[in-house]
Ligand binder design. Sequence first.
Ligand SMILES: Cc1ncc(CN)c(N)n1
Length: 235
Amino acid sequence: MNTFLALNTPPAGPFTGELWESNRSLTDEIIYHPFCKGMSDGTLPADAFRHYLAQDLLYIEQDARAFAITAGRASTYEAFSFFIDMARDGLEIERNLHRDLLPFFGVERPDKMSRICRGYTTFLLDTALKASYPESVAALLPCFWVYRETGLKIRKDAVKKNPFQKWLETYSDEAYGSYVEQFIQIAEELLFGATLTMRKKMHYAFRRSCEFEKAFFSEALNIKKDKEKKTGQLF
Ligand SMILES: Cc1ncc(CN)c(N)n1
């Protein structure tokens, strides 16, 4: 049986197939995360979304930098050009989303990064600067592939009058999807040409980013509980 049938954004070949499949339980935990379910059925607490959005504002800027660095290290002109586009247009797609959502949810630019946002962006930038080019590609891939898959899956079941509609539309939109497909193709070619050792490193980088993606949603959802714990309001 083809286990990728259930995927809306299928792998580009056996190597990206293996990459997704070996992280399937983790990617499922992201796609079916209570944060995402809350966006789909409209029940996500506004505070959780506000925290997420504020941190995402900082995240996408650093993510775009990591793409620009990766572009500079690309092994082909096509990949260089693609990652330059990702750094600029990818950022712009999400900036547009933020332009709509920030005033709607009354969110301002935060003074500092949360623990998970700092950890994730440091990991992406460190990988782009200090690890190999294929590892950086693998580290950056979940941020697009997992969001695309999540956006498509949760939009299907989303309630109609939904405050998170714009988020759902952005990540299920074709413009976003076409970037993701090209990105998966580049990763497939790199995995194909990689040594076993490099392939393992790429798998590690991909998994680490998936872990951060999950933690990003969990942190936002738990922020209220954490604040209450710190101020002792629960007791
Ligand atoms: C944390 C995070 N991960 C992924 C995306 C989608 N590029 C995002 N906006 N924010």
